[in-house]
Design a binder for this molecule. Structure first.
Ligand code: NAP
Length: 249
């Protein structure tokens, strides 16, 4: 396919020179011959600069949004998709022909699509480690899949238990464990969430949203006990594909 009109896309975030998205879309545009299409990083130190980017960037059609702006960007948008509104986080923005900004959440979709093929009939309940932005999309996806979930946080609250409450009864009941914390991300590759890894069995799925390294310490420990493991790379690719679909529809 050859496309000739000029269209710009980008990633909004802070300290994002590592960005997966820029490489992903730049390669896509080259491979699929989208002439005039470019993808760039909008690396900003604070969200208040966002309106200037929108005003000053001609031909901008779409943005991905990453840490730490998935929630902070919402007040700057004209409209939210129903799902983004429910999740409370935006990782994709479409700029309409009239210049309006609409926010979507495709993280939830990426997570759902990557988890679904692993599910067996006994996978009925999940533990979500961490209560940050990403955990909200994970919880929403689990709801759509009909899987009950429990948040685990460093601080117990009405909506979360804490790590000291994880015991064999909990591991028997919850056979999907999702790391939705940044612990174990490169370069801190020997760190892992503080959970009783000896309680993992072959019945468990250990899912890590982290994709760098490909096999985190969390996944290594779970794998040693026979658990099925999955990292966050497919989620990342699927959320990017969905964003592309949204920008082009
Ligand atoms: P975040 O807001 O920085 O942190 C998530 C939660 O992790 C925090 O709210 C906190 O929960 C817990 N946490 C943070 N530091 C911790 C520590 N030192 N020890 C224990 N718990 C800690 O991150 P996020 O935006 O939700 O993202 C979470 C991870 O998912 C990141 O690694 C991110 O890169 C990854 N991610 C991957 C994809 C993908 O497509 N694969 C998409 C989105 C995000 P409590 O305070 O409740 O303990």
């Amino acid at each position: 396919m050859t496309q000739n009109s000029k269209k710009r896309f980008g990633l909004l975030g802070r300290n994002i020179s590592y960005s997966f998205s820029k490489g992903h879309f730049t390669t896509k545009f080259e491979k699929e011959k989208y002439q005039g299409y470019t993808y760039e990083n909008f690396d900003i130190q604070e969200i208040n600069v966002f309106p200037e980017i929108i005003q000053n960037t001609e031909y901008l059609k779409g943005l991905n949004v990453t840490i730490p702006y998935k929630e902070d960007v919402i007040p700057f948008l004209d409209k939210l998709s129903k799902k983004a509104k429910k999740i409370g986080a935006v990782n994709t923005i479409k700029i309409t022909k009239k210049g309006k900004l609409k926010g979507y959440n495709t993280d939830y979709f990426g997570f759902l699509k990557s988890l679904k093929p692993l599910l067996k009939s006994h996978h009925k309940k999940a533990l979500i480690l961490g209560t940050g932005g990403a955990s909200k999309g994970v919880a929403f996806a689990l709801e759509e899949l009909g899987i009950e979930y429990q948040f685990v946080s460093r601080n117990a609250s009405e909506k979360a238990i804490d790590y000291s409450q994880l015991n064999s009864d909990v591991f028997k009941e919850y056979q999907i464990i999702i790391n939705s914390t940044p612990i174990g991300t490169s370069p801190n590759i020997t760190s892992c969430p503080d959970i009783p890894y000896e309680l993992f069995t072959e019945q468990h799925i250990a899912y890590d949203l982290i994709y760098n390294p490909a096999e985190t310490q969390f996944l290594k420990n779970a794998k040693e006990r026979g658990a099925q493991i999955k990292n966050g790379l497919d989620m990342l690719i699927f959320q990017a594909e969905k964003a592309w679909e949204i920008w082009n529809k």
